[in-house]
Design a protein around this ligand. Structure first.
Ligand code: ADP
Ligand code: MG
Length: 720
């Protein structure tokens, strides 16, 4: 699936023009262009200058000096010629007088004979080249020049203008590029369609597509006479025009999806609230204001014929899960099924256990489906998605399907009750998973999934509602760019009584002290600790990174000899992972040495200490997710980074921001700045196109414009 957004020229009928049809481009050049990904003339137009640099033309010798001009064109008169003898390595030197100032031209390793008769004292030259101010005075090495003659030429008016500079490609000089581009523009641009309505362009003071490209490539005299400042402004508008189009294309698609889904409006209306009310009443704590607000909005959405498309954002530990369970209770109370998807086995099973606990005593049948389940168990779960008295609610808590391994005390399927809530991993959107009446899809840690996967799951019902959740706090405008089709709810408030997680950066040299401290604290308080490592095993390929296998053994035999140490990583089989998680959850394991499998969602509130080894390896958002595993109860929590090697400036900056705040939104902003949106979001993951021109950080204003314009075009003025 390609995602719309990346800029391309649009034509009524695509012109059958080949690169080699363009002036100056032969087979060889065309091949070189192709190597750079420029395979057609219209792509050549999209190859925009890397930068623009000022060219000083016929500015006086003194002015060039004063302005520190580098790229220049001027007349000067020869006053000194030094052609060294044959065997000398000294360069050819020609002294010039330029309006009373001394300039010097030099050539190294040149065929001297060709110079011998060119420069007589008193001759005028037209020079074009680059001044090197470092060589002592104004020196131009290997400039272009024309010999004019002995009479002083008439000098054009002085001018400073910009020149486009393209990323250099072997064998393709500026002149050739220019010639090809001029030809290409003349033949293609008149045929190009402008897909942005004229009134929108006018409203934002943006040029049409043809003008934008002419400006950017400085064609048809653009940039020649209007002065540098005015032209820079025109360039800015031209660039914005192309960026805007990328956003507009994407937002139009998103708005279109949004409208289509709402127009069909065949979502199951979930208006029955009793079960939800019972659920809230049974909670062991009071919901926070933000949780209640989110639930109210979601309940309202669920009651509509238009399917809900909502993204619930909240920092780690803000309590999103209970909001999701509440949504589930409403959907289930209204007679529909709910699918809840999590990115890892561990998290899916944790949700499953939590659901069992939290819905205990309520008439809700819960099942779990992961990739690691035995085939027979899986089959049983799938059957129980369909079978039975649909929607009928009994008050008998039935058998939890798919849980023999976890809940052996429950009798195996003695009741055919239909599963109301199915919790699982990627296993959920496999083809053979079919629901009887899927009313709500919940996706936890939504940034770990792609849009297609979201789609696949939604397709298992007829326009079911969607609640997506993420702890990667994306700035609102960015969320609009990426998830323009989703409505947004934010939980900003944390449950009461949470204390900030004190965070420290320590050198590995102090590791033994840290271990001793952790041990003492565990023995004193009965609390638990995570130790996180970037690697499963030692690897020669990446030295200097701690690994969980060796480290856990060292800890267990050394400083933590009298503690119960467990190991958890992705290469363990599911049953072993499960058993370890269970033991950690039950407090039987005191120190859990793990890889980043614990990054998402893990919730063991008695764990209060997190030690992260080789923390420089992780991104900020990931560190924050990891740290979010502690600070989940009311006890004091801490996070210690044990950095082993001399840190790069980048890493130092990152780790310092991290120790400085535990506000996920603030960290996300920093992370976004450091890594750029592509990496921050995982471009493909998030379902965002790789824009050709847009930079969603810098161009946030344009995103907002494009979003509201696209919605207005589609929905009329009523759209927000
Ligand atoms: P996240 O938003 O990271 O998914 P969770 O849903 O896992 O967070 O919640 C974190 C912890 O906070 C859980 O142990 C949960 O039981 C607890 N919690 C959630 N809401 C509240 C609340 N209103 N008051 C007290 N504790 C809460
Ligand atoms: Mg969570």
């Amino acid at each position: 699936m390609t995602i719309p957004g990346q800029f391309n020229l649009t034509f009524e009928t695509p012109p059958a023009l080949k690169l080699t049809d363009l002036s100056g481009i032969g087979k060889k050049t065309a091949e070189r262009l192709q190597e750079r990904g420029i395979t057609s003339p219209s792509e050549l137009l999209l190859f925009i200058p890397r930068k623009y640099r000022p060219l000083y033309r016929h500015v006086s010798g003194a002015e060039m000096l004063r302005l520190g001009a580098t790229h220049v064109e001027f007349f000067g008169q020869v006053n000194r010629v030094n052609i060294p003898p044959r065997n000398s390595r000294a360069p050819v030197e020609v002294g010039l007088e330029v309006d009373g100032q001394a300039y010097k031209l030099i050539w190294f390793n040149m065929n001297r004979r060709s110079f011998t008769n060119l420069f007589d004292i008193g001759v005028w030259l037209k020079v074009e080249g680059k001044i090197d101010w470092e060589r002592g005075g104004a020196t131009l090495a290997h400039p272009n020049f024309d010999v004019i003659g002995r009479s002083e030429p008439e000098r054009p008016a002085p001018q400073i203008r910009l020149e486009p500079v393209y990323k250099s490609m072997e064998g393709i000089g500026d002149k050739l590029m220019r010639r090809a581009l001029e030809d290409c523009a003349a033949r293609l641009l008149p045929l190009a369609l402008d897909i942005i309505p004229a009134k929108i362009l006018e409203q934002h003071d943006l040029p049409g597509v043809k003008e934008a490209f002419e400006t950017i490539h400085m064609l048809n005299g653009r940039g020649e006479s209007e002065g540098v400042e005015a032209f820079r402004e025109a360039l800015g508008r031209a660039r914005n025009r192309l960026v805007y189009e990328e956003f507009y294309t994407l937002q139009t698609k998103l708005a279109h999806d949004y409208v289509t889904e709402r127009r069909l409006a065949r979502a199951p209306r979930c208006t029955e609230r009793d079960l939800g009310r019972d659920f809230v009443r049974a909670l062991p704590y009071a919901l926070t204001g933000d949780q209640r607000a989110a639930i109210a909005t979601i309940a309202d959405d669920l009651g509509q014929r238009a399917p809900m498309r909502r993204l619930l954002q909240g920092d780690v530990g803000s309590g999103k899960t209970v909001v999701a369970f509440m949504a589930a209770a409403i959907a289930i109370g209204s007679g529909h099924q709910v699918a809840m998807m999590a990115p890892t086995d561990i998290l899916a099973k944790q949700h499953f256990r939590r659901a069992l606990e939290i819905f205990d005593g309520l008439p809700i049948e819960i099942g779990v489906l992961t990739g690691s389940q035995p085939a027979g168990e899986r089959r049983a779960v799938l059957e129980r998605l369909k079978s039975g008295e649909s929607g009928e609610i009994s008050d008998k808590r039935g058998v939890k399907a798919g849980t023999q391994e976890l809940f052996t005390h429950l009798p195996a399927a003695d009741s055919p009750r239909r599963i109301d809530l199915l919790i699982g991993t990627h296993a959920l959107f496999q083809a053979d998973v079919a629901f009887e009446s899927l009313g709500l899809v919940i996706i936890d840690e939504q940034h770990k999934f792609g849009v297609e996967q979201r789609r696949d799951l939604l397709d298992k019902g007829s326009d079911p509602h969607l609640l997506a959740m993420t702890a990667t706090p994306i700035p609102r405008s960015l969320a609009h760019a990426v998830f323009g089709d989703l409505d947004l709810s934010v939980i900003a408030e944390k449950p009461p009584g949470r204390k900030p997680i004190r965070t420290f950066l320590r050198d590995r040299a102090a590791a033994q002290k840290v271990y001793a401290y952790v041990r003492e604290r565990i023995l004193e308080t009965g609390e638990q600790a995570y130790f996180v490592y970037p690697m499963v095993e030692a690897s020669e390929a990446v030295e200097g990174r701690e690994n969980v296998t060796d480290s856990a053994a060292e800890l267990a035999n050394g400083p933590f000899k009298d503690l119960r140490v467990g190991v958890l990583h992705g290469r363990m089989d599911a049953a072993a992972k499960d058993a370890t998680m269970q033991k950690f959850g039950a407090g039987e394991i005191q120190v859990l040495c793990a890889t980043t499998v614990v990054e998402v969602g893990m919730d063991v509130s008695n764990a209060t200490i997190m030690v992260i080894e080789s923390p420089e390896v992780f991104g900020l958002s990931q560190l924050h997710q990891l740290r979010g595993r502690v600070g989940r109860g009311s006890a004091d929590s801490m996070c210690i980074l044990l950095a082993g090697f001399a840190l790069t400036d980048d890493a130092k900056q990152r780790l310092d921001s991290f120790t400085g705040t535990d506000d996920g939104f603030a960290l996300a902003e920093v992370d976004l700045q450091i890594r750029g949106p592509g990496q921050f979001l995982g471009v493909r993951q998030a379902g965002m196109p790789e824009f050709r021109f847009a930079d969603i950080l810098r161009d946030i204003k344009l995103i907002e414009w494009a979003r509201s314009d696209a919605r207005r075009e589609l929905l009329g003025d009523a759209a927000g």
